[in-house]
Write a protein that binds this ligand. Structure first.
Ligand SMILES: [Zn+2]
Length: 55
């Protein structure tokens, strides 16, 4: 999981990190809006985040 020091500016979507949603269990990919909070993102969508709180 080590990254090279110099990264290319254009990263293809296939290279984006992914992780499974805590609610629907589907893998979702990194998004730019999550750049700062990726480690804290647990749900693929706003809907799943709300579902997680309902249960
Ligand atoms: Zn989800």
């Amino acid at each position: 999981m080590s990254r090279p020091a110099s990264r290319p500016k254009h990263v293809s979507k296939a290279d984006l990190p992914q992780k499974p949603c805590a609610v629907c269990n589907r893998p979702f990919a990194w998004r730019k809006k999550w750049a700062r909070v990726w480690d804290d993102v647990k749900y693929c969508s706003e809907r799943c985040r709300r579902d997680a709180r309902k249960r």
